[in-house]
Design a protein around this ligand. Structure first.
Ligand SMILES: C[S@@+](CC[C@H](N)C(=O)[O-])C[C@H]1O[C@@H](n2cnc3c(N)ncnc32)[C@H](O)[C@@H]1O
Length: 386
């Protein structure tokens, strides 16, 4: 052990202090876990993307590695190359403050059996194992080499939860039932397979995101005939679930921004400018929406472009005119931006409700009903499950 890494107890303590001071880390049991698990063991290297798009690697031999690992920041830990030769993120160590916020929200009690979907580095599995014991923690990842590496790191610390290479959308039926499921990647919908593996009264915490930036963490209770619960008040974003152990291929708009269906909008053209209405608009879109930019001006990209697999697309000018309006152009079967504009107006008319007023009910027929304030209230939207 080097002089730096031998100081990890102090660094883990400082990280815990910082999270406790900001009110994220509240329970003594999770505080003990954060102080007892050395994050540097789980993050032997990380990657940072530079302004030119290239990635740089920082590993245990580099200055700054140790300090970065004990900061309350997410770190990209695994890259893969797409068929077009682009290096993309496939795994990361989640921001500790977000992980702890989720673990606190999950209301884990002694004796609970927990399934984690998205083992990644193994750090969160280590926190869970410290809290519950190895025989009560199960964690799956679609990346075989990620699971191998996580197993070795956990083993070094004498921790042996059950790890498996699996598509987390299917859960881990051989080890069900669970009291809790926590997913650390986002899913486009809630798999009913999970309901079959969580006991009645059990909880599931997952980042529901049918499209990029479109959704949030939702805490669902397993009832006899449904999952039901509310979105967490604070927005968070995880990397999207993959269906294979490979780099996700970029999908997106391949056509030309042309003059068909011209109009204008007063709304900002980026999904993160209107997170709640952007999520609600998923109930109108004909599939997953890819987001990107087109064209270049001296002050940045010319267009924000949105497209769905059926060939619908919208482009919205990044620069507003003197009246605050932006040009829109749309093509294909569904005018995506008009659909968003309409739902934004509905949301405005409802008083612009934030995440804490939204909830979700999922039934065995896979219906995903988003509701305002109460499950049986008069305002709701049905999510199109892809
Ligand atoms: C943000 S990382 C998880 C961080 C992790 N909990 C930790 O403590 O380091 C997301 C992980 O989800 C995994 N993942 C993506 N698709 C998956 C799938 N279908 N099933 C299981 N895991 C998946 C990725 O390989 C990645 O490791």
């Amino acid at each position: 052990m080097t002089a730096t890494t031998s100081a990890w107890h102090e660094s883990a303590h400082r990280l815990a202090e910082e999270m406790a001071a900001s009110g994220i880390l509240r329970s003594p049991a999770w505080r003990d876990a954060v102080e007892a698990v050395p994050r540097h063991v789980f993050v032997p290297r990380f990657y940072v993307q530079q302004p030119d798009g290239q990635w740089t690697e920082t590993s245990a031999d580099d200055d700054g590695w140790f300090a970065a690992v004990y900061r309350n920041e997410p770190l990209v830990t695994e890259l893969a190359t797409t068929t077009k030769g682009n290096r993309v993120t496939v795994s990361s160590s989640t921001k500790p403050g977000l992980m702890v916020r989720m673990l606190e929200a999950l209301d884990v009690q002694d004796g609970h059996r927990v399934l984690e979907v998205g083992t990644g580095t193994g750090y969160n599995a280590a926190l869970l194992t410290h809290r519950l014991g190895a025989d009560r923690v199960f964690s799956v990842d679609i990346g075989a080499s990620l699971v191998d590496a996580a197993r070795c790191r956990l083993d070094r610390l004498g921790l042996a939860p059950t790890l498996a290479v699996a598509n987390g959308a299917e859960g881990l039926p051989a080890h069900a039932p669970f009291d809790r499921i926590i997913a650390t990647c986002s899913l486009p919908s809630i798999p009913w397979a999970w309901a079959e593996q969580v006991r009645e009264g059990g909880l599931v915490l997952v980042d529901l995101k049918p499209s990029t930036h479109a959704g949030n963490l939702v805490l669902l209770t397993r009832h006899a005939d449904r999952f039901e619960g509310r979105f967490l008040p604070q927005w968070a974003g995880f990397m999207a679930m993959r269906n294979t152990d490979r780099a996700p291929e970029a999908t997106g708009f391949v056509g030309e921004v042309n003059a068909s269906r011209r109009s204008s909008t007063r709304l900002e053209p980026t999904p993160w400018s209107s997170l709640v209405p952007w999520f609600l608009a998923q109930t109108r879109f004909p599939g997953e929406v890819a987001f990107g930019y087109r064209g270049a001006t001296s002050s940045g990209p010319e267009w924000a472009v949105f497209s769905t697999p059926d060939g619908s697309w919208s482009a919205v000018g990044m620069q507003a005119d003197e009246n605050g309006r932006r040009e829109t152009r749309q093509g294909g079967p569904v005018p995506l931006w008009d659909a968003f504009d309409e739902i934004h107006a509905t949301w405005d008319a409802l008083g612009g409700p934030a995440w804490d007023r939204l909830g979700l009910t999922v039934t065995p027929d896979e219906r995903h009903r988003i509701w305002l304030d109460e499950p049986e209230g008069s305002v709701g939207w049905d999510l199109l499950v892809q």
